[in-house]
Design a protein around this ligand. Structure first.
Ligand code: HEM
Length: 405
């Protein structure tokens, strides 16, 4: 569905955005322009088709798998990525973030690559960055067909270098499993294996599985890296006034998770979600959403709604009290049927002091930030960060950091 020159309405209040996310009559509309990479992916589906695909993929996004991931995979992948920067004593925060985010997301998506091989990570990331440009084509000011053709080139290279070998390895293992040569436990726990072992059930064409993996790579890597960079930056800024809290973050993962949730509220990786009403929808405050229009759900504004987050909603405060039932990260993981499947993986479980410690999950981003800080990661005071002046949002074009003993 391509929507051009449509009437547009922006929703900015917490209540309106939440209701719009949950309405069955509002269809995803943010990715039609980017169909080259997003067509028929989970985020682009609606209704029954979406529910069936989601049910299948949810098999992977379960708490036991998150626990296995956080305890068995995360630490080794993060240290393989972080160690070279620590050894050289410096690095760029954004580069550390996207390399870690890329290596971790490749593991979850089911793309084989060695996190110790920096060149390979960079090569994969350069393709995935292009997929993101394709996915967000709706907002692009470049010639859209030119971007589409670059995305196709990147997808073809990715297919040859990464996808085909990863798929063949999984197909062989699935065959060994069906011949009882290996156990279910020995199968990789990733999206590609989950899809390959259920292709018949959903009648999934080969090209859709391929695009689903391209989509997962860009959805996971970009948002994980974004959340990492912003959490560290917010912590450094907060630490200038509250140095004890920066020391606390270097030692205490629980506190880092609290900071990550607050930072994510202020800096959602996707600042807007876009929907179109399949029929007229009237929100409970009387706002009418006409059929076929473009409805923009403004997550930045909703996450700073003072009625929910108080008068200081615009500022970073890890000690903020939030009302019962309101997630600390606001609407940054979306809500309703398309709510992020990676929310617990990246954000961990909601903070609950009554939960036993051995059941706690802190999430990928908090673990990354804690690893960076406990390795002595600090702002390079001689080389301050530079904001990207071409971006309306807070993006850094460089963010030098040093590792202090
Ligand atoms: C801090 C990190 C992340 C943030 C802020 C984030 C944010 C979001 C948001 C806002 C949506 C909903 C978009 C909409 O309704 O239009 C979403 C959906 C999704 N996210 Fe994430 N995400 C993050 C990490 C991840 C990771 C690590 C993965 C997977 C490895 C992932 C996979 C997905 C998928 C598959 C969907 C589509 C769900 C559906 O349509 O049913 N995300 N994410």
């Amino acid at each position: 569905m391509i929507i051009e020159n449509k009437e547009e309405i922006k929703l900015t209040d917490w209540g309106q955005v939440k209701e719009a996310f949950r309405s069955k009559h509002l269809r995803q509309a943010g990715y039609s322009e980017g169909a080259v990479v997003m067509g028929d992916t989970l985020l682009d589906l609606h209704g029954l088709e979406h529910r069936e695909r989601r049910r299948l993929e949810n098999r992977l996004f379960r708490r036991e798998i998150f626990s296995y991931w956080e305890h068995e995979i995360l630490g080794s992948t993060i240290s393989a990525t972080l160690d070279p920067f620590v050894a050289q004593g410096n690095g760029d925060l954004a580069q550390i973030g996207y390399r870690c985010g890329m290596n971790l997301t490749a593991t979850i998506a089911g793309i084989d690559q060695d996190p110790k091989d920096e060149m390979q990570t960079e090569m994969l990331y350069s393709k995935v960055k292009k997929f993101s440009e394709g996915a967000t084509l709706l907002h692009s000011t470049r010639d859209k067909n030119e971007v589409r053709s670059e995305v196709v080139d990147a997808m073809n290279l990715f297919k040859e270098d990464f996808y085909v070998p990863s798929k063949s390895r999984r197909e062989k293992m699935l065959e060994q499993y069906s011949n009882n040569e290996i156990s279910e436990d020995q199968l990789p726990k990733d999206v590609l294996t989950t899809l390959l072992s259920n292709t018949n059930q959903l009648d999934l064409p080969e090209e859709v599985i391929f695009r689903e993996i391209c989509f997962y790579l860009q959805a996971g890597a970009h948002s994980t890296a974004n959340a990492f960079t912003h959490t560290v930056d917010d912590l450094f800024t907060w630490g200038e006034k509250q140095p004890k809290d920066l020391d606390l973050a270097r030692a205490d993962l629980t506190f880092v998770q609290r900071c990550m949730h607050e930072s994510l509220r202020l800096n959602p990786a996707s600042p807007v979600a876009i929907r179109t009403p399949l029929e007229e929808v009237i929100l409970s405050d009387g706002t009418v959403l006409h059929k076929g229009t473009l409805v923009v759900l403004d997550l930045i504004e909703a996450n700073r709604d003072t009625l929910i987050f108080g008068e200081s909603a615009d500022s970073f405060d890890p000690y903020r009290d939030v009302p019962d039932g309101i997630p600390r990260w606001g609407m940054s993981f979306g809500a309703g049927s398309h709510a992020c499947v990676g929310a617990e993986l990246d954000g961990g479980l909601e903070i609950d002091p009554s939960r036993p410690l051995d059941e706690a999950l802190y999430g990928t981003v908090a673990v990354m930030v804690h690893a960076f800080l406990s390795a002595g990661g600090s702002k390079d005071n001689l080389n301050p960060p530079l904001l990207d002046l071409n971006s309306e949002r807070k993006h850094f074009s460089r963010y030098p950091v040093v590792f202090l003993p």
